[in-house]
Design a protein around this ligand. Structure first.
Ligand code: AMP
Length: 280
């Protein structure tokens, strides 16, 4: 596996590959790879030339301590990437990605970036947008892989591809991978005790029963069920940041007629913030 740290070198390699008509796939990550990431690696197995980027993006953290404490497991990550025959690991420096970049931070993002996580994590999506745009410009992938676990991020990436890349990058959407108890895999799960992990899984159980209730009835029941769930979970010290039902294509508030909807949740267990979503 080719390991590249310099933006210039990565650009040169990708220009060469593109000139040779080799199709490039990109799987962006922040490292600390788990089975969720592995599902993206698996989905890309038959592609021509597969590049994984590993960059902990400081622009998408609201809290510097959270950024500094982000788990780093590079030895283990390398093993995983090699086991999936990844062709190239791009691991750029903060200097190249942040300091030497014009970040276009004034860019107005679509309204859907200001709700859910965008409401509670100011400038998070500006940071995501800026760094993914830079990665796409360096690597010029034909395909890029993203997880539905970060559903709002996925919509933003599709918007980026439309706005800046003339829809010329195919975005492959991968299903959320969960632990046995239902909790969506996340690097942040490492920060949960065993007991907290069990509590976190209760939120997924609630999403599943909400899904059943709403399928059998209709979404007008949602506000009442939502209050019940928030009350029930708060008794277990689970603090819901948001719990919303929205159209999955544009994050608009659904009407009775809308059938393509997801439930989105963000919650705290102690000081660990987790997100999840489920299709109805
Ligand atoms: P991250 O390293 O957290 O930035 O995630 C890198 C990519 O992996 C993103 O596209 C995520 O949506 C995806 N991902 C993270 N966790 C999961 C999961 N549990 N299931 C599926 N994809 C995931």
């Amino acid at each position: 596996m080719n390991i590249i740290n310099s933006v210039e070198e990565q650009e040169k390699l990708c220009n060469r590959l593109t000139d040779d008509n080799i199709k490039i796939s990109l799987i962006p990550t922040m490292g600390n790879l788990h089975l969720g990431h592995e599902s993206l690696l698996k989905a890309s197995l038959n592609d021509d030339y597969r590049i994984v980027s590993l960059f902990v993006n400081p622009l998408q953290f609201n809290n510097y301590k959270d950024y500094e404490n982000y788990p780093k497991t590079i030895k283990k990550d390398l093993k995983i990437l090699k086991s999936y025959n990844i062709d190239c690991l791009f691991m750029p420096s903060k200097e190249d990605m942040i300091l030497k970049t014009n970040h276009d931070i004034e860019r107005k993002l679509p309204d859907f970036a200001n709700i859910l996580c965008g409401k509670f994590r100011k400038s998070h999506f500006q940071g995501v947008y800026s760094i993914v745009k830079k990665l796409f410009n360096i690597i010029k992938p034909q395909k890029a892989y993203f997880g539905k676990k970060d559903f709002q991020q996925l919509l933003l990436i599709k918007y980026l591809v439309k706005e800046c890349f003339k829809n010329n990058i195919e975005i492959i959407e991968c299903e959320t991978i969960r632990e046995k108890n239902g909790l969506a895999m996340s690097s942040r799960n490492n920060n949960l005790s065993i007991k907290q992990n069990r509590l976190a899984a209760l939120v997924y159980n609630e999403l599943v029963s909400l899904k059943k209730s709403l399928k059998n009835n209709n979404i007008s029941l949602f506000p009442k069920l939502r209050e019940e769930i928030i009350r029930k979970l708060s008794k277990q010290d689970i603090k819901i940041e948001y719990l919303d039902i929205l159209c999955r294509n544009n994050l608009n508030t659904p009407t009775e007629k809308d059938i393509d909807v997801n439930i989105f949740v963000a919650f705290y267990i102690g000081d660990v913030r987790l997100i999840d979503n489920i299709e109805i």
